[in-house]
Design a protein around this ligand. Structure first.
Ligand SMILES: C[S@@+](CC[C@H](N)C(=O)[O-])C[C@H]1O[C@@H](n2cnc3c(N)ncnc32)[C@H](O)[C@@H]1O
Length: 536
């Protein structure tokens, strides 16, 4: 939407250190009407708020505790990245901008996720547990989803959904990079998803699309797009998304709502509006001594609907904490806690999921999934002998996987139930626990991509490499992060190995799995995906 508001240039200099001697100065233009609104809201506090824009923006990374040990990683990379803890997230750290962790091979190995520090509060507040069913409704590019997966410790079901196809692809790539096995990535509108999952999830994140006022320091597009009409449109859209999300939460379940804006219509007022339509929901107050330093209570007086409980929702202010603007509300749905899905239910749903077979490539997945019954008939005609329990993967195909498993892995990994594996064209996937029936929905990733079934062998997927630890494979090589070997590997080059080595080898950087290579005749043939190669 075009911003028709006049803008006022405010001399805010953002200093980006390029080197010891050069700096770049940029001027941030904040919309005049936004400033007037903020002045009305903040009164005397406005001066400090404005002055905070003169500071450099804080940059954060969040360690992936599924791939490493938080304590060890923090110590190991303390100096390299100049780490300093983020108070509201145990896995989160500020880093020095010049250290550029996003350019390190550790980033490609999913050792950490680069994330705006304030955004790390959302999953900390929701506190998901291993084994739960969790939905991230507005998930791209994946900051909250990858954090949720980490806290779930690989157990349970994570559905990461994103409405925009291109953003959903990036989400799927980030899920893969972080080595997440138990996530399904869908590309749906909340309206399409909601009727399929009535009262299904234990926890839901609604990190809503918003007017982005809290990101003005770093996001020029948000500044240009801002207008009171845009705020209103966002507030209305958030109510629609919240209504759908609410219907997917089980009684007793918890939902966290977050925005990166200061606009009361999208924050305090937005929550009050939702609660007025949904008396079955209430705000969960966190005990005062559990609210981390830097997180402020929200302002109930900023809602036109009387709702004193809004003081138990939260804000992160750029002039009070090291992070951009954020709003958070933790809600609970009244009722008795539901039971977790049992194994029978899982097996049945895995068998249903196995009916999706038929499409040729992963990219076809979303489209082909809608045509499952036609495909099923074709398969029946072909008269394939299916193992009663193998749900879409026949005995020979299962044998290829098992051969790879025996040859390459120390012991069978993930779920041992073969019904949890499905074949999609030539692509073999491992479904998460408690996989629901997703037929008819656009699915980008139905779980962990295990590999491609070729004529008489299985070629392991890059996603599988990233999801494995070196102690889970028979052969691995490990090189230091700044080594020539890692540069060679990321560039697609061949490494050398002991001539007696043969078979798939997991290439690791500082102990984090990075990709596959195949050992033969003293060489490690590079299997790092061509599209990800970095030439330095
Ligand atoms: C704030 S961003 C999400 C950031 C993400 N949770 C993360 O941590 O990386 C909001 C997302 O909502 C998506 N979105 C836009 N319109 C939507 C709608 N009508 N329903 C659901 N999601 C929508 C946007 O494409 C965007 O990816």
């Amino acid at each position: 939407m075009e911003n028709t508001e006049k803008t006022e240039t405010i001399e805010i200099t953002e200093t980006i250190a390029r080197s010891a001697t050069t700096t770049k100065k940029t001027t941030v233009q904040l919309p005049e009407a936004f400033l007037a609104r903020m002045k009305g809201l903040l009164g005397a506090e406005m001066k400090v708020f404005e002055a905070s824009y003169e500071n450099e923006r804080a940059q954060g990374l969040r360690f992936n505790t599924r791939k490493g040990s938080l304590e060890e990683d923090q110590m190991r990379y303390q100096e390299k990245f100049g780490l300093k803890p983020v108070l509201w997230c145990r896995e989160g750290f500020y880093y020095e901008a010049e250290s550029r962790p996003g350019r390190s091979a550790l980033h490609e190995a999913g050792a950490y996720y680069i994330q705006e520090p304030s955004a790390m509060a959302v999953v900390s507040v929701l506190d998901p547990k291993p084994g739960e069913r969790v939905l991230d409704l507005c998930a791209a590019p994946g900051g909250k989803s990858t954090h949720l997966a980490d806290r779930m410790q690989g157990k349970g079901l994570l559905v990461s959904n994103e409405i925009h196809p291109a953003r959903a692809k990036i989400l799927a790539q980030n899920i893969e990079r972080m080595g997440i096995a138990h996530a399904v990535v869908t590309n749906e509108s909340p309206e399409n998803l909601a009727p399929r999952f009535p009262e299904f999830f234990d926890r839901i994140v609604v990190d809503a699309p918003c007017s982005g006022e809290g990101m003005f320091r770093k996001d020029e597009e948000a500044r240009n797009q801002w207008s009171p009409a845009h705020v209103k449109m966002c507030a209305e859209r958030q109510q629609r998304i919240l209504d759908q999300a609410g219907s997917m939460l089980r009684p007793g379940g918890r939902l966290v709502y977050s925005t990166c804006t200061f606009a009361p219509e999208e924050d305090e007022q937005g929550i009050a509006d939702f609660l007025s339509r949904h008396p079955e929901f209430s705000i969960v107050p966190l005990p005062e001594d559990e609210i981390p330093e830097g997180i402020s209570c929200a302002r109930s007086e900023w809602s036109q609907i009387e709702c004193p409980e809004l003081v138990h929702t939260f804000r992160i202010w750029p002039h009070k904490a090291e992070g951009e603007g954020h709003y958070l509300a933790l809600l609970e749905k009244a009722g008795v806690s539901g039971q977790q899905g049992d194994l029978d239910e899982f097996n049945q749903s895995a068998e249903r999921a196995g009916d999706w077979i038929g499409a040729q490539t992963q990219n076809d997945f979303a489209v082909e999934n809608g045509k499952k019954s036609q495909k099923k008939d074709k398969k029946k005609e072909k008269g394939r002998k299916r193992d009663a329990f193998s749900a879409g993967i026949d005995r020979e195909q299962l044998a290829l996987w098992q051969e790879f498993e025996k040859e390459t892995l120390v012991e069978p990994i993930f779920c041992e139930n073969p019904a949890s594996r499905i074949l999609f064209g030539e692509q073999l996937y491992q479904l998460p626990e408690g996989m629901p029936d997703l037929s008819g929905l656009r699915v980008l990733r139905p779980g962990l991509h295990l590999g491609t079934i070729k004529k008489n062998r299985l070629e392991p997927a890059h996603a599988l490499a990233l999801a494995l630890r070196p102690d889970q494979v028979r052969r691995s090589v490990d090189y230091p992060v700044d080594s020539q070997e890692i540069r060679t590997y990321l560039g697609g080059g061949t490494l050398s190995c002991d001539p007696s080595e043969k078979g798939w080898v997991l290439v690791c950087v500082d102990g984090f799995s990075l990709g596959w290579a195949k050992a033969t005749g003293g060489s490690l043939k590079n299997h790092y995906p061509k599209g990800l190669r970095i030439f330095s």
